[in-house]
Design a protein around this ligand. Structure first.
Ligand code: MG
Length: 158
């Protein structure tokens, strides 16, 4: 039994926030705004997994009206979502993520992101692919106003 899911998320870039992507704090003048740590990559991954399992979206489990989730490490959210999958006997066959950012360069951080995701998703690193692209200076991403991420996941019943 296999199920596929897609996730998409966007967060605004602002001053006085850390930039955290895939659980890696990346040196940059701006960071992502959000109720949690605003790790847009992990939010897309959570939504892809929830989508594959037919479990709605991240807002259902971690509403941003709940002060308990303020500033929370999104790896904790992903860990919870993976727990929901395991409770239903599903595990990740493969996960493919695209981060869309004009700046900064993300390539130097991708290996660490993959290591972080593999650990929390409880799979080997070869099941996870993370890539980054710009939008050639076009649109809100190109103007540096925000960063978005897409994730596609294949979940298999074990
Ligand atoms: Mg989000």
């Amino acid at each position: 039994m296999m199920r596929i899911g897609h996730g998409f998320d966007v967060h605004r870039l602002v001053e006085d926030r850390p930039l955290i992507l895939g659980g890696v704090t990346i040196p940059y003048a701006l960071g992502l705004l959000g109720h949690s740590d605003a790790d847009v990559l992990l939010h897309a991954v959570c939504d892809a997994i929830l989508g594959a399992l037919g479990l709605g979206d991240i807002g259902r489990y971690f509403p941003d009206s709940d002060p308990g989730y303020r500033g929370i490490d999104s790896m904790k959210l992903l860990d919870h979502v993976i727990g929901l999958a395991h409770n239903r006997d599903y595990q990740i066959s493969n996960l493919d993520v695209t981060v869309i950012a004009q700046r900064p360069k993300l390539a130097p951080h991708v290996d660490q992101m993959i290591t972080n995701l593999a650990r929390t998703c409880r799979v080997t690193a070869d099941r996870i692919n993370i890539k980054a692209t710009t939008t050639e200076e076009l649109g809100y991403t190109g103007r540096g106003e925000g960063i978005s991420a897409h994730a596609v996941v294949l979940m298999t019943k074990v």
